[in-house]
Design a protein around this ligand. Structure first.
Ligand code: ASP
Length: 680
């Protein structure tokens, strides 16, 4: 991939660390150290050669210090410094002196180190991107060379902040009487609404462990075991379609308490969050406000409302008669908001809103401009004059200069407000565009009163809105067995979410602690007696041995760290993140495994393809199908770009069907070997 632009000195010219001892971190030197002897160690991050004077910037985790090599006074150190290149690892012995002209950009800017000796401890290839704060390299390149990306100061700052947050959380939980208990990683499926990552068992062929989607069942069992207050900073694994703000493995603060009232759990979490925010310099205070789920949907079109700005939604369904709805093709409810000062939006901006609304699932987005001489809208003709337009403008509280944005949904999905949800998304977009969001605010809110079930269009069934262990409001328990499926949508859960600035930080609930109710719930979800026994039998049994009322919550540590670090992507606060395609570009995982390993596990991979980097910078790709009969594949293939690179075809793959090579610059594929099964 990378060419060796700078290789000197030869490996045998490298120095050993020996007994050399670091006296100072690079970023620690200050004017008060003037006159001291110092030995610093780190990476060469910059080099300026002025003939008699040669300057190297040396970087370590704490920052950068300038080192000066003087040809006259220290000729041998100077000569050695001439060999140093970017990212070489060095140790410098010298004396701290005042700089003639201070550099206010650097914390160490008042001083420099006058070198007496340079030790080159290791050399380095030229990195594929410069190690600087401002970075233009593609994220793919940064992830592939994560070790270089991590050398920049921002990842250091972010990981240090994350460490402090986690440490503070641990301290707080300890002070509040919680015990950190580890739960297994090789376990059985815990339903959290995603797919499991499975691990095949070698000892029991055909059987699998599941990596935990969460420790949910185990933490409840810890309550049955009398642990009373549990927490864990724990990895969870969910195989779901990834979005920018999701990672297949992520870290949670997982909490469970016995005999809690909802308020007790809230109080614990408020204490933890206020202190975690504190270490990031963010001042907040409990108690956090509460909002009912139905109000969050009705007013903000979201179950994670961003309360840093207003622009609330209004249900304007009543202003549309069925005669209006028919030509517009609307049958569900209609929501609207007054976009502050957006009457000046151009046609194109309005068209963009419309397109966004439709892509989010609306049937149509309509607008009313509120000008000095009243409302204007394309709806006027349809609605037979301005009368109802004026009513809508008043209902949403729009002022002159505002734009009323109206969203209609095509169909009514049970238990959801499609139009409200789309309007809620447009609210966020408009809030951002119009600069209405106060970015200095840290607005926490507890959302409560969730429905127990939600309608899944994919499964065409009612599914748990959270997970199937969520408690049920007592008066609604009887609705579990109701025949009328719509009654299911009315059952209220004892679940809650913690939301910060429009981000869901986590969710939890008071649990079902009675075996009979848990069993009824599973049945209401459509589990057969057999499924219920095989999946949850052990848990249902445990519930029968004196289970205390209990409840808890889990918060996403990655997301908390991301928000407190002021980052937009989770990848910025995770040392080794995966891409949105769930790939670790550095370690190259997932990857294929040896046939032998598969054999031991009793597994046959029917179809795979294998990617191998070619030394020319391109890539080999082998497609194969283990089911097809073994065939003769050449054991060596020459790279079409540079024939000195040879690819040794693995001999453990029998049914290769295609081998291709991709050129590094043109990205063009060349087919090398194609096997066509004989048609019999
Ligand atoms: N297990 C849940 C989750 O991971 C949290 C909880 O209910 O405590 O989202």
């Amino acid at each position: 991939m990378h060419r060796l632009k700078s290789v000197p000195p030869e490996k045998n010219l490298l120095d050993f660390l020996g007994n050399l001892q670091r006296t100072h971190y690079c970023g620690a030197l200050r004017a008060s150290d003037e006159g001291r002897d110092a030995t610093v160690m780190g990476w060469v991050s910059g080099r300026r050669d002025l003939g008699n004077l040669l300057f190297l910037d040396i970087r370590d985790r704490t920052g950068i210090v300038q080192v000066v090599f003087n040809k006259e006074s220290q000729p041998s150190a100077h000569a050695k410094a001439e060999q140093a290149r970017s990212e070489f690892v060095v140790a410098v012995e010298g004396k701290v002196i005042k700089r003639q002209k201070a550099n206010p950009e650097l914390a160490t800017g008042e001083v420099e180190l006058l070198a007496t000796k340079l030790h080159i401890l290791n050399n380095a290839k030229t990195p594929p991107f410069p190690i600087e704060d401002e970075i233009n390299a593609a994220e793919e390149t940064r992830l592939r060379y994560r070790y270089l990306d991590l050398r920049r100061s921002k990842p250091h700052r972010n990981l240090a902040l994350r460490h402090k947050i986690v440490l503070e959380i641990r301290k707080t939980m300890d002070e509040l009487g919680f015990l950190e208990v580890e739960t297994p990683m090789l376990t059985r499926s815990t339903p959290e609404g995603a797919r499991d990552y499975l691990v095949p068992s070698r000892v029991h062929h055909g059987q699998f462990y599941a990596l935990p989607q969460s420790p949910q069942i185990f933490k409840q069992i810890l309550m049955i075991g009398g642990m009373d207050r549990y927490f864990q900073i724990v990895k969870c694994f969910r195989d779901e379609d990834l979005r920018a703000d999701r990672q297949p493995e992520f870290t949670q603060l997982d909490v469970e308490m016995s005999f809690p009232r909802q308020d007790d759990i809230f109080h614990v979490i408020e204490t933890v969050m206020v202190r975690a925010c504190g270490v990031a310099g963010v001042k907040t205070q409990g108690p956090f406000p509460h909002m009912l789920y139905k109000d969050a949907i009705r007013k903000y079109g979201s179950d994670k409302p961003d309360l840093r700005f207003g622009m609330e939604l209004h249900d304007v369904s009543q202003y549309f008669t069925s005669a209006d709805r028919q030509p517009l093709g609307l049958s569900g409810s209609i929501f609207a908001l007054a976009a502050t000062g957006a009457a000046s939006y151009s046609r194109r901006q309005i068209e963009e809103l419309n397109e966004r609304g439709i892509s989010l699932g609306a049937k149509g987005v309509y607008t009313i401009k509120v000008g000095g001489d009243g409302p204007t809208s394309s709806l006027e003709r349809l609605m037979g004059g301005k009368g109802r337009l004026i009513q809508i403008v008043e209902a949403v509280g729009a002022k002159t200069g505002d734009l009323v944005v109206i969203v209609g949904a095509q169909k009514h999905i049970p238990g959801t407000e499609a139009a409200a949800l789309v309007t809620g998304q447009l609210r966020l977009l408009l809030g951002e565009q119009l600069g209405l969001i106060d970015k200095s605010k840290w607005q926490f809110v507890w959302v409560t009163g969730f429905p127990l079930f939600e309608w899944s269009e994919t499964d065409m069934a009612w599914v748990s809105a959270q997970h199937p262990f969520t408690g049920i409001v007592e008066e609604d328990i009887e609705l579990l067995e109701r025949e009328d499926p719509n009654e299911k949508g009315k059952i209220r859960s004892k679940g809650y979410d913690l939301v910060l600035n429009g981000n869901e930080l986590g969710s939890g609930s008071i649990r079902i602690h009675r075996q009979d109710i848990q069993e009824r719930l599973f049945r209401a979800l459509g589990l057969s007696e057999e499924q219920l026994r095989s999946r949850f039998g052990f848990f249902l049994d445990a519930l029968t041995y004196g289970t205390p009322p209990h409840g808890g919550i889990a918060l996403g540590i990655d997301r908390i760290a991301m928000l407190l670090a002021g980052e937009k992507s989770l990848r910025e606060v995770i040392a080794f993140p995966k891409t949105t395609a769930a790939v670790d570009l550095m370690a190259n995982s997932p990857s294929t495994v040896d046939g032998e390993q598969l054999k031991q596990l009793g597994i046959r991979a029917s179809q795979r393809d294998r990617k191998i980097e070619c030394a020319c910078g391109g890539e080999w790709r082998i497609y194969y199908d283990e089911i097809s009969a073994p065939i003769n594949v050449p054991s060596q293939l020459k790279c079409p770009i540079d024939p000195k690179y040879v690819y040794l075809v693995p001999d453990d793959l029998s049914g290769i069907t295609l081998i291709r090579h991709r050129a590094p610059l043109t990205q063009k594929w060349a087919d090398f070997y194609r096997h066509v099964e004989d048609d019999v």
